[in-house]
Design a protein around this ligand. Structure first.
Ligand code: GSH
Length: 226
């Protein structure tokens, strides 16, 4: 049975965005069942968990044949077994790979830097000084990304693919801002991807244990789904 590690609970700002959702979504699109293997923050530093994920993070993945970490690599592995996530022809696979890495290497660093400032360090002097430049650089990247998408629905091969899982998840991490509203084609793209039933199932399944934990301990529920 496929197993994916995920957290038992995370603070509201991270709910719906923890990276196991990338893997859950890929599995849902591919029609593959899985169990989530829920860990607590106290498990992250154990030797047993570090053997599965050297940085103590989620997700880690196993399917009886392989053991993996790194959500991008896991999504790519799943995609290699599923026509739903990757076309069969070599040129098509190459362009899916290209956009998958573009999401992680050319877009995510800009989004992550803004999120680091806004979500973890909003009141620090260095963050206030750095933020305008970070937002300017991000906006330039988003403008180029929107131009590259043009009037297409998806990034690769005119069809939904693994690349769109990664790109959507990366752009989703801007939802604490209104920035994406200035890039309507990208905002529509994210909305289109999030409307997919497979994404909705993945989201619900990530949130389920959080709601259960909050029902057991109402003090955890300082906010709602973000
Ligand atoms: N590059 C890794 C990053 C994984 C990652 O950042 N996981 C976060 C949740 S989204 C985590 O486990 N954070 C807890 C920590 O770093 O202690 C991947 O994509 O799998």
């Amino acid at each position: 049975m496929i197993q994916v590690t995920a957290f038992k609970w995370v603070p509201p700002f991270a709910q719906g965005s923890v990276r196991d959702i990338r893997v859950r979504w890929a599995l849902e699109e591919a029609g593959l069942g899985y169990d989530d293997d829920l860990i607590g923050f106290e498990d992250q530093s154990t030797a047993a968990y570090r053997a599965r994920q050297p940085f103590g993070q989620v997700p880690a993945f196993s399917d009886g044949k392989v053991e993996m970490f790194e959500s991008g690599a896991i999504v790519l592995y799943i995609a290699q077994t599923s026509d739903q996530l990757m076309p069969a022809d070599e040129a098509g696979r190459a362009i899916v790979l290209t956009w998958l890495f573009a999401a992680m290497n050319s877009v995510e660093p800009y989004v992550a830097e803004l999120a680091t400032i806004d979500l973890f360090n909003p009141d620090k002097a260095w963050a206030k000084e750095r933020r305008p430049e970070v937002e300017t650089m991000l906006r330039k990247r988003l403008g180029d990304l929107q131009s590259a998408l043009g009037d297409r629905r998806w990034f690769a091969c005119n069809r939904f693919s693994a690349a769109d899982i990664l790109m959507t998840h990366v752009l989703r991490d801007l939802r604490h801002t209104n920035i994406l509203a200035d890039y309507p084609a990208l905002a529509d793209y994210v909305a289109r991807a999030e409307a997919r039933p497979a994404f909705q199932r993945a989201l619900a399944d990530q949130l389920k244990p959080f709601r259960a934990a909050e029902a057991r301990n109402p003090e955890l529920a300082a906010g709602g789904e973000n």
